[in-house]
Design a protein around this ligand. Structure first.
Ligand SMILES: NC(=O)c1ccc[n+]([C@@H]2O[C@H](COP(=O)([O-])OP(=O)(O)OC[C@H]3O[C@@H](n4cnc5c(N)ncnc54)[C@H](OP(=O)(O)O)[C@@H]3O)[C@@H](O)[C@H]2O)c1
Length: 299
C-alpha cells in the first residue's frame, strides 16, 4: 500500500485532524500490517510514515550482547519488538541496555539445561533466535585436542538442541518462530576451525528435525536455520577467524578480506532475521544462506 494512501486513510479515520505544529506519534493497523506514524513539528505527514514489522512481538535473542546477536537486538528493537537479550557476561549486556533502554537483559549460560525455562519465564517469545556460539579454536586439524575440536558441539549444538527441545515440549504457543544461527562453513567447511563446520551443519539438521516433530504434533511452530555465508570481521568470532586464515596464508587481515571479496554484514543478517520473523512462511524451506547477495534456500 502506498504511503500516501495510508496517510489519506489515517486522515479519514482520525476524528481530529493532526496538528503538525506539535510532535506526535500514532500507532495503527491496516489489515495485519502495523504502522507507526511519527510526525515531528512542521513535517510533511507523507514523509513520516514508517512500518514497524515486529510491533507487539516478543523477540528473545540468545547471544544478544555482542556481534550478530547485538545487531539482531538493534534491528528487532527498531521494528517495534519487545526484546530480551541473553548472554553470560554482565558488562556487554549493561552496555547494550544503556544504548537501548527498552531492551531487557538476562544473564545465563545458554548451554545449561535449565536455561530455556528461565528464558521463557522472563519473556515468552514470539520469535526465539539462538545466535550465541563459541569462538572456535583456530588451529590445523593435527594440532586440535578433542576439547578444542568439539568446543562448538558443546556450545552451539548443545544450546540449539536444548532450546529446540524446550520449544517442542513446553510447547511454545502456535505461531512462534525459532531461528538457529548456523554458518556458511556448514557447507564449505572451515579447515582451521576443528569441529566448527560440522556443528553448524548439525544446527541445520536440528532445525529440520524439530520442524518435522512440530508438524507431526500439529504445534504450529516454525523452525529455521540461517547461515551467514562469509566471515564477518566486525565481530569477535569473525575477527579471530579472519586473523587465523590471513596468518596461515601470510597475509594481513586487510589483504585477506580484500581477496575474499564482499561478505554479508551483521546488519544484513539481522535484516534477514527480521524478514523471517515478520513473515515466517514467506519462503519455503527451513535452511537458508544469508550472503551479501541476499537470502537463498538450502533445504
Ligand atoms: N562472525 C562470523 O564471521 C560468523 C559467520 C558465520 C556464522 N556466525 C555465527 O553467528 C553467531 C554469532 O557469532 P558472532 O560472530 O556474533 O559471535 P560473537 O561476537 O563472539 O558473540 C557471541 C555472543 O554469544 C554470547 N554467548 C556465547 N556463548 C554463550 C553461552 N554459552 N550462553 C549465552 N550466551 C553466549 C556472547 O556473550 P557472552 O560471551 O557474554 O556469553 C555474545 O553475546 C554464531 O553462532 C556464529 O557461529 C558467525
Amino acid at each position: 500500500m502506498g504511503e500516501q494512501i495510508v496517510a489519506a486513510l489515517i486522515c479519514q479515520s482520525l476524528s481530529h485532524p493532526l496538528d503538525t505544529r506539535q510532535n506526535c506519534i500514532v500507532f495503527f493497523t491496516v489489515d495485519t500490517e502495523q504502522f507507526c506514524l511519527v510526525l515531528k513539528e512542521g513535517e510533511d505527514m507523507n514523509e513520516s510514515i514508517t512500518t514497524q514489522r515486529l510491533h507487539g512481538k516478543n523477540v528473545v535473542v540468545i547471544g544478544g550482547s555482542k556481534g550478530v546477536g547485538r545487531a539482531i537486538v538493534a534491528a528487532a528493537h527498531a521494528e517495534g519488538a519487545q526484546v530480551l537479550a541473553v548472554a553470560r557476561q554482565e558488562e556487554p549486556l549493561r552496555k547494550l541496555v544503556a544504548a537501548f533502554p527498552a531492551v531487557q537483559m538476562l544473564r545465563l549460560d545458554a548451554t545449561d539445561e535449565s536455561a530455556p525455562a528461565k528464558v521463557f519465564a522472563t519473556l515468552s517469545p514470539d520469535v526465539l533466535v539462538v545466535c550465541a556460539g563459541a569462538i572456535p579454536h583456530a588451529a590445523p586439524l593435527g594440532e586440535q585436542s578433542w576439547e578444542q575440536f568439539s568446543r562448538n558441539w558443546n556450545s552451539d549444538v548443545k544450546m540449539s538442541l536444548f532450546f529446540s527441545q524446550a520449544a517442542l515440549t513446553t510447547p511454545l504457543p502456535a505461531g512462534t518462530t525459532i531461528i538457529l544461527i548456523s554458518s556458511g562453513a556448514a557447507i564449505g567447511g572451515s579447515p582451521l576451525s576443528g569441529g566448527y563446520s560440522g556443528s553448524k551443519r548439525t544446527q541445520m539438521f536440528v532445525a529440520n528435525y524439530a520442524q518435522q516433530e512440530a508438524d507431526r504434533l500439529h504445534l504450529g511452530l516454525r523452525f529455521l536455520a540461517l547461515a551467514p555465508g562469509g566471515m564477518m570481521p566486525e565481530t569477535e568470532l569473525g575477527k579471530t577467524a579472519v586473523e587465523a586464515y590471513a596468518s596461515s596464508l601470510g597475509l594481513s587481515a586487510t589483504d585477506f578480506i580484500k581477496r575474499r571479496g564482499l561478505s554479508q554484514t551483521p546488519e544484513q543478517v539481522a535484516n534477514a532475521v527480521v524478514e523471517f520473523a515478520s513473515h515466517p512462511s514467506s519462503r519455503e524451506g527451513n535452511v537458508f544462506l544469508v550472503s551479501a547477495k541476499g537470502i537463498e534456500a538450502i533445504s
